[in-house]
Design a protein around this ligand. Structure first.
Ligand SMILES: NC(=O)c1ccc[n+]([C@@H]2O[C@H](COP(=O)([O-])OP(=O)(O)OC[C@H]3O[C@@H](n4cnc5c(N)ncnc54)[C@H](O)[C@@H]3O)[C@@H](O)[C@H]2O)c1
Length: 350
């Protein structure tokens, strides 16, 4: 039995706490230190999760602690700087989604991991969802034939994040597309076999997030005055192999109910992710085959365990920086396309 992996967490907000909770369940890793610039958040998290050493300055933590790996759970705009610093110190890194704010940063992060010879895992947890794994097995067995098109949706009727900075593009890199759309995108792209995107087109609007609350919402009092991001984005990507992917994502759309789903259209069959269903023809009949028991693995725990296993050399990295770069290329391309009002090429993604 190996000694527990020694971990440190930067950022003890919502995600930092979720990771600390997931890590507390296993004995494969131990969190020895946390860093956060917010003293109250840091003290609360360290107290709650029994972490012994707390740092207001994450660089001081990297200098003073002897750890194997770092979890980066800070706002998106800080991911690249913190990740690259830790990688250059020879530490493995789990960086939360989205990987970065730009393709240039994502490429630099991937390069830093390669140079240092350590692992960088991107926090794409939906590829560890049991439904994803069930559908991937069906795809591998040929149930869908050639995947032609995928539709991804991350749509909230009224779910505008109301924590400070959540609607400020300089901190987040954008609105629902980069924040929640990235989840269904990474899942869809993984199911497709991580093909190379070559062109993107998108349109985006802000019509609700930049106004005071008009109808009672679950998360009231969002920072509408400071909003600089989209609240609705739609886009399409073409891949090198001819397949396409469409995305619809919103914090606030006038729809009947929230949607969180991926649908795959294949030459021999289709799949619907949320219900783990395969659609196909057999015996002169159209069938919808619902998976009876995909499994019940919590995705946060699965993501953290995967990170530990990758650091230990027990398995290949299933959320490598190279995938993060392709996801970032699509996100960047969609933002660029919406700003320019035309399709853009996604060159230089290597
Ligand atoms: N995988 C998921 O399902 C999921 C869910 C939520 C958030 N996230 C991601 O996790 C990241 C954090 O999001 P969150 O919701 O936890 O935000 P949050 O605001 O709750 O937490 C961020 C923490 O980072 C700290 N921080 C800010 N600047 C810092 C600095 N310079 N040094 C140290 N600490 C600093 C803040 O004080 C705060 O405690 C984001 O990238 C977000 O996209 C992922």
């Amino acid at each position: 039995m190996d000694d527990p992996l020694r971990l440190a967490v930067i950022g003890t907000g919502v995600m930092g706490n979720a990771q600390l909770t997931a890590l507390a369940d296993g004995d494969d890793a131990v969190v020895v230190a946390c860093a956060d610039s917010d003293a109250a958040a840091l003290a609360r998290a360290c107290g709650l999760h029994g972490v012994e050493r707390a740092y207001a300055d994450w660089r001081a933590m990297l200098d003073q602690e002897t750890v194997d790996a770092i979890c980066v759970c800070t706002p998106n705009a800080l991911h690249a700087e913190m990740t690259i610093a830790a990688l250059r110190q020879g530490l493995h890194v789990l960086v939360e989604k989205p990987m970065a704010l730009s393709i240039a940063d994502a490429l630099e992060m991937a390069h830093a991991a390669r140079e240092a010879g350590v692992h960088l895992v991107v926090g794409f947890q939906y590829r560890f969802d049991p439904r994803t794994e069930a559908i991937r097995r069906a795809i591998a067995a040929g149930a869908l034939g050639r995947i032609l098109h995928v539709r991804c949706q991350a749509l909230r009727r009224r779910g505008l994040p109301n924590r400070p900075g959540a609607l400020r593009g300089e901190i987040t890199g954008g609105g629902p597309l980069i924040d929640i759309g990235v989840h269904v995108l990474e899942l869809a792209h993984w199911l497709m076999g991580s093909p190379r995107p070559i062109a993107a087109t998108a349109a985006m609007w802000t019509t609700i997030a930049d106004r005071p609350m008009q109808a009672l919402a679950r998360w009231p009092d969002w920072d509408w005055r400071g909003c600089t991001v989209e609240d609705l984005a739609v886009g399409q990507v073409r891949f090198q192999d001819g397949a396409t992917l469409a995305i619809e994502t919103s914090y606030a759309a006038h729809i009947a109910e929230d949607v969180w789903n991926v649908q795959l259209f294949g030459s021999e069959g289709g799949a619907t992710w949320d219900t783990a269903t395969i659609h196909r023809d057999a015996n002169a009949t159209m069938w919808n085959e619902v998976c009876a028991h995909p499994g019940e693995r919590p995705v946060f725990a699965a993501k953290l365990q995967h990170f530990i296993d990758v650091c230990r050399g027990r398995c290949a990295n299933q959320a490598p920086p190279e995938h993060g770069v392709l996801i970032q290329a699509m996100l960047d391309g969609w933002y660029r396309s919406a700003a320019l009002g035309r399709e853009v090429r996604l060159d230089g993604v290597s």
